[in-house]
Design a protein around this ligand. Structure first.
Ligand code: HEC
Ligand code: HEC
Length: 426
């Protein structure tokens, strides 16, 4: 009796132990299963709220240039809500199919070569010979027959042309598509590919918002009514916090339609991104100045090159292209000190501050200004980053440099009579 109770108890204990162990496992499993669903739902709600806040910020800060619907405004701002922005490729299926067919043809041609070699080698019997000829005919049929590869490729090309014809009106609004004279369709489906951006779209939008596009002023808007995508981050002197920029980015990314973009969507866009330098003939009338500052100054003196302040102003503010046909975009960064030292102070700051820096001992103001233009990385103005692009020695002639420098100098009241650079009219 006592013994039975004892066993009973032990059995009971084991039972209780097993039951509670299983119970705990079930509970842990349940929580684990639901945790990811719970997290997902949490993330969805978080994203939804972020998109909502982004929509408000967008309406009050961005719609004037990009349109309330994000479809862009002619000359004022590019569409953000477009198949191009999200890299939707209308031709993707055709291109894949075409590539596969071309690969198949390549393989068959290789096989043909091998067969031909075997044939001419001579040491094959009749049976093998007949086999080779039969295979050869089959391959030729596959390549050039009625429903062969060539024919299929031609049909794809025709379908691509039909589609391109439908999309072509969008090119009036800068959608990058064209049909060449020999009927080839050329297009860039993806905005990110167009600007060689290798990161994600999120990073692209976020970064654009943080830093703005100082140079956009050179190809947006119209003379006297230039438009610029400014920096929005407080980090870059703009009005928005990083979390607000995150909200705006989420709002913009929420326009993505995945695989469901239609031709109508492409045609509804009022303004696509503009690629500077494409379109319009470049007229070259001078030689690049190069980057040898001493040689540039010497040429100015030797040849008695005189400057034109008004032309310098036009160059600086993108109303005119340089002698190498380039838009310089200086004002985009320097006007108002947006993304570089302010234009109006440049010459006086050179005289009063830069030339007193031991690092520039022995420099003349002219030498410093020219060096700042053709070799901007050689001396970085305190408080600024190395963000001025190089290459102006290639895109500007000596005449351009003299004109632009004299324009910068026109803001200074100091005596410049002993300078090498002088205006034509004084
Ligand atoms: C004054 C007009 C203006 C305002 C306001 C403006 N933008 Fe822009 N934005 C532009 C222009 C012009 C460009 C094109 C820049 C370029 O081509 O490099 C641009 C470019 C962009 C791009 C990059 C598009 C691309 O295809 O490369 C994004 C993203 C963008 N803006 C978002 C915004 C958001 C969000 C706001 C509001 C916080 C905003 N913009 C406010 C004019 C504006
Ligand atoms: C993308 C922005 C950007 C563009 C475009 C740009 N700059 Fe700059 N520039 C800067 C920055 C940033 C600095 C300060 C850093 C440095 O010293 O390189 C600077 C410095 C200078 C300086 C020295 C200013 C000083 O106070 O010491 C001169 C002069 C100058 N730039 C002229 C030009 C001219 C002329 C052009 C057009 C041909 C031009 N910049 C285009 C950003 C730009």
């Amino acid at each position: 009796m006592l013994q039975r109770m004892l066993i009973d108890k032990i059995e009971n204990r084991i039972l209780v132990g097993v039951v509670s162990f299983v119970g705990i496992m079930v509970l842990v499993g349940w929580v684990a299963i639901n945790e990811s669903a719970r997290m997902q739902s949490f993330e969805r709600q978080y994203l939804a709220r972020s998109v909502e806040r982004g929509a408000e910020l967008y309406a009050s800060n961005c719609a004037t240039c990009h349109g309330t619907d994000g479809l862009g405004i002619g000359g004022q701002g590019p569409a953000l809500n477009s198949p191009h922005m999200f890299g939707f490729d209308y031709f993707a299926e055709f291109v894949t199919e075409r590539t596969l067919l071309e690969q198949e043809e390549q393989q068959l041609n290789n096989e043909l070569d091998d067969l031909r070699e075997e044939l001419v080698s001579g040491d094959i019997n009749e049976e093998r010979r007949a086999e080779i000829l039969e295979r050869r005919d089959a391959i030729n049929e596959r390549i050039t027959g009625d429903d062969g590869i060539r024919q299929q490729i031609a049909m794809i090309d025709e379908e691509m042309l039909t589609l391109a014809d439908q999309l072509l009106p969008a090119s009036d609004n800068e959608y990058p598509i064209r049909i060449t004279a020999d009927g080839e369709v050329q297009y860039t489906a993806d905005r990110l590919a167009q600007v060689s951006w290798s990161g994600t779209l999120y990073d692209y939008v976020f970064t654009t918002l943080v830093h703005g596009r100082p140079t956009s002023i050179s190809y947006w808007g119209s003379p006297g009514n230039e438009v610029q995508m400014v920096a929005w981050s407080q980090r870059a002197g703009g009005p928005l916090r990083d979390d607000q920029i995150d909200d705006l980015t989420n709002f913009i990314l929420n326009w993505d339609r995945g695989d469901d973009w239609t031709i109508e969507d492409a045609l509804a866009v009022r303004q696509y991104a503009i690629v500077p330098g494409i379109g319009g003939d470049v007229e070259v009338t001078g030689e690049p100045a190069g980057t040898d500052v001493a040689a540039i100054l010497q040429t100015i003196a030797d040849e008695g090159i005189r400057g034109d302040v008004a032309r310098g102003e036009a160059l600086y503010n993108n109303r005119q292209t340089s002698e190498l046909g380039a838009r310089l975009g200086c004002s985009g960064c320097h006007t108002g000190g947006v993304a570089g030292p302010a234009t109006v102070d440049t010459w006086d700051a050179t005289l009063e501050l830069r030339l007193n820096d031991p690092a520039l001992a022995g420099y003349t103001a002219e030498e410093y200004i020219i060096e700042s233009i053709v070799l901007p990385q050689d001396y970085i103005v305190e408080g600024w980053g190395a963000n001025m692009p190089g290459g102006f020695g290639q895109s500007m002639s000596i005449q351009d440099i003299v004109d632009v420098s004299l324009y910068l100098r026109s803001y200074s009241d100091a005596d410049h009579s002993d300078g090498v650079m002088q205006p034509a009219d004084g």
